[in-house]
Design a protein around this ligand. Structure first.
Ligand code: SAM
Length: 394
């Protein structure tokens, strides 16, 4: 199997290149201890999260203009402000509501949510952040200490999921950062795509899928009603249902807002999508070769939202709604957020309209990014899901 050529990628600076060489050496050692190859999911886990080495665990800039990709909270505060309005609606229905954010990135979303909730007089009792990267956790703390000193006492960092949580759970682009298995259908069998070495370089090999993977693909095929065609290559995130099961077990009352780029299961495994959904990001260039630049490029896979919703329902949660990011923002109060638009100076108007376009246009982040809303208890769906709910598509 070949990955597409990537001649147009920028060259990493010398420090990043040195870091990547160290990560590659570590991966080769892992492959040697794994008996000659490791699963793609193990490879993705290590290149993203190996302590001190992985993309998210080492000290490079990832988010925004100076990094590799941009996320909605980095585009504009409008995103967090509209989400805060939905949180306030949930808080009105739950006693002693708190927020739990997973994978808080730079800390921007936490700052925007808390600022807006203070303005709405709907602050949560506490704001907890569960971040797997020690480096990002440090950065979030110093950023938030600086940005919202008056609210910092409400924020704390957790090492693991709390035993229980009431209020709101937020995760923006966390599901897409969970490691995925890659597989291919060959001669009636499911093959697991693994990473091996070819001299100093990393290469791809296939082996018979272990039972749990073959069974998971068989279950998808039963659900789809067809067998995936010969050569069909794709991903499955076995970590997502486990993560959702944990989330379901702690959410006692309230709602979860999970944002990511993703599609329904039917679209995920559609015949024309025969090379899967894995994407790599380096300095704002997207490509599909996960084996180059280990540890200094982001690896991510679109989300199968049907599988996420199914795991949530199995854990006793309700699906509160499923909307594109554009529908979510428009339904959730974007217009109110822009009420003072014409009073802004012209350069601020231009800047803000550019941000809103990026967040909402179908060719930008408006259509591919979605929000899955989950709930437990007698929670009325917030406004963001009321106009164009797509739950039936899951
Ligand atoms: C693509 S970044 C998104 C960051 C941020 N939410 C944003 O929108 O800018 C993915 C984040 O998820 C974190 N992450 C990955 N797996 C996680 C897990 N199991 N629990 C909590 N955070 C996780 C990463 O460390 C990183 O902060």
């Amino acid at each position: 199997m070949q990955y597409e050529q990537h001649t147009s990628l920028p060259k990493p600076d010398s420090e990043s290149a040195r870091h990547s060489t160290r990560v590659a050496r570590f991966i080769r050692d892992e492959i040697a201890s794994g008996g000659g190859c490791i699963s793609f999911a193990e490879y993705m886990h290590q290149v993203l999260y190996a302590p001190g080495l992985g993309y998210y665990s080492s000290g490079t800039t990832k988010f925004g203009a100076g990094g590799d990709f941009i996320t909605a909270p980095e585009v504009s505060s409008v995103f967090g402000h509209v989400l805060a309005r939905q949180c306030a609606e949930v808080f009105a229905q739950v006693d002693d509501a708190s927020i739990l954010e997973f994978g808080a990135g730079s800390g921007n979303l936490a700052a925007d949510l808390l600022r807006k909730l203070a303005e709405l007089d709907a602050l949560p009792v506490s704001y907890s952040i569960l971040e797997v990267s020690a480096d990002l956790r440090e950065r979030q703390e110093s950023f938030l200490r600086n940005e919202i000193p008056e609210l910092i006492n409400r924020i704390s960092w957790l090492d693991e999921m709390p035993e229980k949580h009431s209020g709101v759970v937020v995760a923006n682009e966390v599901l897409d950062a969970l490691p995925v298995e890659r597989f291919v259908r060959r001669a009636g069998r499911v093959m697991q795509i693994c990473v091996a070495t070819d001299g100093e370089a990393l290469s791809v090999v296939e082996r018979d899928a272990p039972e749990h993977l073959a069974e998971a693909i068989a279950a998808i095929e039963t659900d789809l009603g067809w067998t995936l065609p010969e050569g069909f290559t794709s991903e499955i995130c076995l970590a997502a249902p486990a993560w959702i099961a944990d989330l379901a077990s702690i959410l006692k009352e309230g709602a979860a807002f999970l944002f990511d780029y993703g599609v329904s299961q039917r679209e995920y495994y559609a015949e024309e999508r025969s090379d899967g959904w894995l994407r790599c990001h380096f300095r704002h260039h997207a490509h599909n070769d996960p084996l180059i630049m280990p540890g200094i490029q982001d690896l991510t896979s679109w989300v199968n939202f049907s599988a996420v919703a199914e795991a949530a329902v199995a854990g006793g949660l309700d699906v509160m709604g499923f909307a594109t990011q554009a529908q979510f923002l428009i339904g959730g109060g974007l217009e109110q957020e822009l009420a003072d638009f014409t009073e802004l100076p012209i350069d601020a108007q231009l800047k803000l309209s550019g941000q809103v376009k990026l967040l909402t246009l179908p060719g930008e982040m408006g259509e591919n990014f979605k929000c899955l809303g989950l709930s437990r208890g007698d929670i009325t769906s917030p406004a963001a899901f009321n106009s164009a709910d797509r739950t039936m598509s899951l």
